[in-house]
Design a protein around this ligand. Sequence first.
Ligand SMILES: Nc1ncnc2c1ncn2[C@@H]1O[C@H](COP(=O)(O)OP(=O)(O)OP(=O)(O)O)[C@@H](O)[C@H]1O
Ligand SMILES: [Mg+2]
Length: 235
Amino acid sequence: MTLLAVEDLEAGYETGQVLFGVDLDVEAGELVSLLGRNGAGKTTTLRGIAGAAEPTILGGTIRFDGERLNGDPPYRIAQRGISFVPEDRRCFPRLSVVENIRLAINHAEGPKDLKTVLDFFPALAEMRDKHARNMSGGEQQMLAIARALAANPRLMLLDEPFEGLAPYIVRNIEDIIADINEEQGIAVLLVEQNVAAAMAVADRHYVLDEGRIAASVPTERLREDEELRQRYLGV
Ligand SMILES: Nc1ncnc2c1ncn2[C@@H]1O[C@H](COP(=O)(O)OP(=O)(O)OP(=O)(O)O)[C@@H](O)[C@H]1O
Ligand SMILES: [Mg+2]
């Protein structure tokens, strides 16, 4: 079943149009990546789906579970079952791990309970009273994902969750994302520039180039097709 269907999405900012007819689908329970160079329009696509104030949607449709989403405010989209983890991670620096998760629970409709979330993140459970501002980048990323999980979504949108993290923490977060997908059955749309990490967790990849989908390939193809990687991803 198609959970998220983005069709012919056109979007942009005051300074100009950025997305030109983006088509992408995520099936229920699927883990898909959206790859592309700096400025390709990856964040714009995720923000468009999440209903952020910017970009402006100029055309096309975004459907979730068959219902049209575009035009809905972000809190409605979240209530329908889409959790967005933006690039800046957005944890509350002066609040503890538990307080951060509780806030996410309080703002959600039909959330998971605190124990379920902490059981899923033993490393966070061990630092439950630590303030987010005293946590490492990897720990904050984990907390941001825990907050998204607390909302009990059907689809998680992750914007470059591996950015700026040491390789062993990248593997740790890869495992968490894979578990969220496999054990919890949550579909994931993962935006990445780290092609190796995206190939490690996702089965299927969209390649965005200058606001257009340039390719849609399974992991095998992406691994073998060096020309495709060179041309659009520079790796
Ligand atoms: N708030 C904004 N106002 C105006 N232009 C913007 C804004 N945000 C992004 N853009 C422009 O839109 C284009 C796509 O940006 P976007 O952030 O979606 O790319 P990206 O693929 O996420 O890149 P990165 O890998 O660097 O995060 C870029 O040309 C960027 O300069
Ligand atoms: Mg981005």
